[in-house]
Design a protein around this ligand. Sequence first.
Ligand SMILES: Nc1ncnc2c1ncn2[C@@H]1O[C@H](COP(=O)(O)OP(=O)(O)OP(=O)(O)O)[C@@H](O)[C@H]1O
Length: 265
Amino acid sequence: MKPDLTIQGLRVAYGSRVVVEGLNLPPLRPGTLTALVGPNAAGKSTLLRGMAGLVPRTRGVVRLGEQDLLAMRIPDRARHLAYMPQGLPGGVALTVLETLVGALRAVPGDRPVSGAEATRRALDLLQRLQIADLALLSLDRLSGGQRQLVGLAQALVRRPDVLLLDEPTSALDLRHQLSVMDLVHRMVREEAVIGVVVLHDLGLAARFADRVVALSQGAVQADGTPEATLTPGLLAAVYGVAGRVERCSQGHLLVLPDAPLPPSV
Ligand SMILES: Nc1ncnc2c1ncn2[C@@H]1O[C@H](COP(=O)(O)OP(=O)(O)OP(=O)(O)O)[C@@H](O)[C@H]1O
């Protein structure tokens, strides 16, 4: 059985600026997708970077089973964990296929991956993301949404134990938002991945996540199933918005923001 991910007493700081302090979460289980939500500057990206060991001033415990991920060397950590940042770095002249094959072969798993197998896996994933037609295009010629899909493919192609995605749908059209979240949800289930995804769209969080963690000012304000966490009370307390949470005719939760609340409420 695959191990849980445990986060205890996590502190993430940029120099003297402490953004996340003493954060604890009940174990994140393989095969589950957790949505990390909250207002701008709540610390969602910072928490993800801290979990990925990408901020030097990170303290506390991020443990996969018995293994301390933060104590690992970067190449060892990368065997277990894949992180997709909000944007891909610009000015990359490689093709989409080359970047995926490179991502796969740069982090050797338990056994070496041949060039042919890496290419097959990369093309298979591009097909699942419905972007196989981009394989031979250079990254610097892609649209914002296409770049985001390629960034997601770079994270998924390694089939990590822990998958951290920072706003993977922010640049995508409606169809791609649904197909990407559906694919991520299915991969998490089928391959027993521990998935954590930062989302601003609470409707997507409600529909695809098993668990929702709401952050505000670097601290956890709510943690539980979408039904339990996404409530009018949370909208008011965390987002400062009066709103409703209702079910549509197909049974999906809909989050309906009505109006901003006065700052003092
Ligand atoms: N490199 C950095 N150096 C110093 N402070 C930073 C840095 N990156 C982020 N911060 C600060 O950390 C806080 C949390 O930022 P973070 O990007 O984690 O928020 P977020 O919840 O992901 O926000 P958003 O929804 O707007 O993307 C903010 O106050 C931000 O100014």
